[in-house]
Every structure is written in C-alpha cells, then in structure tokens.
Design a binder for this molecule. Structure first.
Ligand code: TXA
Ligand code: MG
Length: 310
C-alpha cells in the first residue's frame, strides 16, 4: 500500500484549500471535500455530474464531532457502539447550529453520516477540523471506484490528488439506515441487515425500492458497468463475458472469476473491479452466474439487479 505521513499531509493541504480529492474507505473510494464549505461541496456535484437533489454522506472520525452537527438517539448509540467505524451510514436530524453546507443534503434538515474504518482515511480525518462530504468516487450512475486507478479512469486529471489506500476490503457501499423515526433500511450494503436487526432486537423494514424515492441511490439506473448485464445465467452467449463465483477447470477466455472458493465476501470485494475490467476489455455484454441471496449476497444481488436495468 502506497502510504506515508507525507501523503496524509498532502491530502490535508488540498482539502484545507477546498479542493476535492480521492480518499480510500473500507467500502469504496470517496470523492472528498470539506463538508462545511459550500464552495468545496459544489465541486463534488460538478465533478461527478451529480444532480444537486441527490444528498451526500458526511464522514466523521468520532461521535463528539458528530454531536456538533446532528441529533443522536438510542438506536443510533446502540448501532454506533456495535458497528462504527464500519460500513453503515445513519440518517439523523441536523442540530440548529450545524455548520454543514446546505447543499450537502439539499437544504433538508437531515444528514447521512458515516464513520469509516479505513486506517488511512481515519488518520486523515483525525487531522482535520471539519467533517468530510464524500460520495463514491465515480461519475454518477456508474460503478463505484474500489482502487485509485478506477478514479483516474473516471476523472483523469480533473482531481487534484488521490490518497492511495490500496484496494477496498469490502468493495460494496455502506448499508444506509434511516434512524429518525422507526428504523428502516434505505440501501443494502456492506453490513448485513440481519446483524442490525439482532443489535436492535427488532425486525427492520427494508425500503430500497419505494414508489417515492428517498435516496437517489435507490434508482435502478445506479451502479451500471456501461454495458448490458444479465443475472442468474446458466449458459452464456458466445460474445458475453461470463462472471463466475469460483474457478473452473475449463478455463475459457470469456470466463472471469470473483472468488477462489465462492466466498461471498471475496465476491463482493472483486465485483466492481471485475465488471470494470470486462468493460475495458471491450466486451459488449456481461452474463453473471447465480449468486446465493443470503448474507452479503443480498447486497451483491441488489447491485447486479440495478446494473442489469442499463
Ligand atoms: O460506502 C459508502 O457509503 C460510500 C463511501 C465513500 O462512504 N459512499 C457512498 O456515497 O456510497 P454515494 O453518494 O455514492 O451514495 C450515498 C447514498 C445516495 O444514494 C444518497 O441519495 C443517499 O446515500 N443519501 C445521502 N444523504 C441522504 C439523506 N440525507 N437522506 C437519504 N438518503 C441520503
Ligand atoms: Mg454512489
């Protein structure tokens, strides 16, 4: 992993000057900027070509910083103690005195917040005196970036700096849970919902495809590899790249493997990079083998389903 103190210093310098930079998290890379600065946050929307109506997640290093901007509650405390830092994002109400830029959450009085686990990003957050607004570091509707080279591919030299933290260990975006009233999940992701249910001792409503969209990430147009994709494929067509769960004996050039032994965590970690690789090799279509819909497999299938609506 290419990382040292001077890289963190450099990243801080750019952020202090209100530039956007790429940052590693355990889920996917983020396109980061000072969440207290309208000027910096506007740059995120512009670079990503993201509609201003689609709010951003704000990243904090600890709960005492969060309390300056958000109202917390019992459910939050329980989940925070158990799962943060980690791949879970909470929707909370803003405090009256919050300094968060109004364009982070489209002038609404709530905010999506996360405590990332990636060591390098945490080191950086600890040095800043503002939280970091960061959506996934990709052009809107496309696949999230899971390594520094993915960001370069999408943005070229439009981004001043990328803090390289190696390949993301989880590879899927965080699970989003709205905690303002009765808890409900708005996006499946890196943390399994069953674990959240266990921690809160209740069954949680999953609201990922509502008629009225709350989070634009719920849109079917998200997470597209840029070429048509089919799921649950037993027999691929000749021209399709065939994405498989594990290595096979007959090693056909159109076959791509997500894991050595069908380990779903490994599958998640390799999913986006494999789809990118296939697209870059020039394939015009992708077929994916059936993936078990349990545990993290649910989140993987959620992304594939959206990708298949391209
Ligand atoms: O793992 C992750 O969550 C990554 C890393 C970088 O932290 N971030 C990420 O951000 O996936 P983004 O912007 O690609 O997806 C955030 C999703 C969007 O679908 C957005 O609509 C939703 O969160 N969101 C943000 N703020 C919200 C809010 N206040 N209420 C409801 N949904 C919100
Ligand atoms: Mg995104």
């Amino acid at each position: 992993m290419k990382f040292n103190q001077s890289n963190i210093k450099k990243a801080k310098k750019y952020l202090d000057k209100n530039y956007c930079i790429g940052v590693p998290t355990e889920t996917v890379y983020g396109l980061a900027a000072n969440a207290y600065s309208n000027y910096a946050v506007k740059k995120i929307y512009k670079l990503k070509k993201r509609p201003i109506s689609n709010p951003l997640i704000v990243h904090y290093s600890n709960i005492s910083d969060l309390k300056k901007d958000c109202l917390i509650n019992d459910n939050f405390l329980r989940l925070y103690k158990k799962f943060s830092p980690g791949p879970i994002t909470y929707i909370l109400n803003l405090t009256k005195n919050s300094k968060i830029s109004k364009i982070v959450s489209n002038k609404k009085n709530n905010l999506a917040v996360r405590f990332p686990k990636h060591k390098i990003f945490r080191k950086l957050l600890n040095k800043l005196n503002y939280p970091i607004a960061a959506p996934s570091a990709n052009i809107s509707t496309r696949l999230s970036a899971v390594q520094a080279s993915d960001i370069k591919e999408d943005f070229g030299n439009k981004i001043k700096y990328i803090l390289d933290g190696g390949k993301c260990s989880i590879g899927l975006e965080s699970t989003i849970i709205d905690l303002r009233n009765k808890p409900r999940v708005l996006r499946l992701g890196g943390l399994e919902v069953s674990k959240i249910e266990k921690a809160l001792g209740i069954k949680i409503k999953i609201n990922i495809n509502p008629k009225k969209k709350i989070a634009p990430g719920q849109s079917r147009l998200h997470y597209s590899p840029g070429v048509p994709l089919r799921m649950n494929v037993v027999k691929p067509k000749k021209y399709e790249a065939y994405v498989l769960l594990n290595k096979r004996k007959n090693n056909h050039p159109n076959f791509f493997y997500l894991s050595k032994r069908s380990n779903l965590k490994e599958v998640a970690k390799n999913l986006y990079s494999t789809l990118r690789k296939i697209k870059n090799k020039g394939y015009k279509a992708i077929a994916v083998e059936k993936i078990l819909n349990t545990g993290i497999g649910r989140s993987i299938n959620d992304r594939l389903k959206r990708a298949s609506k391209f």
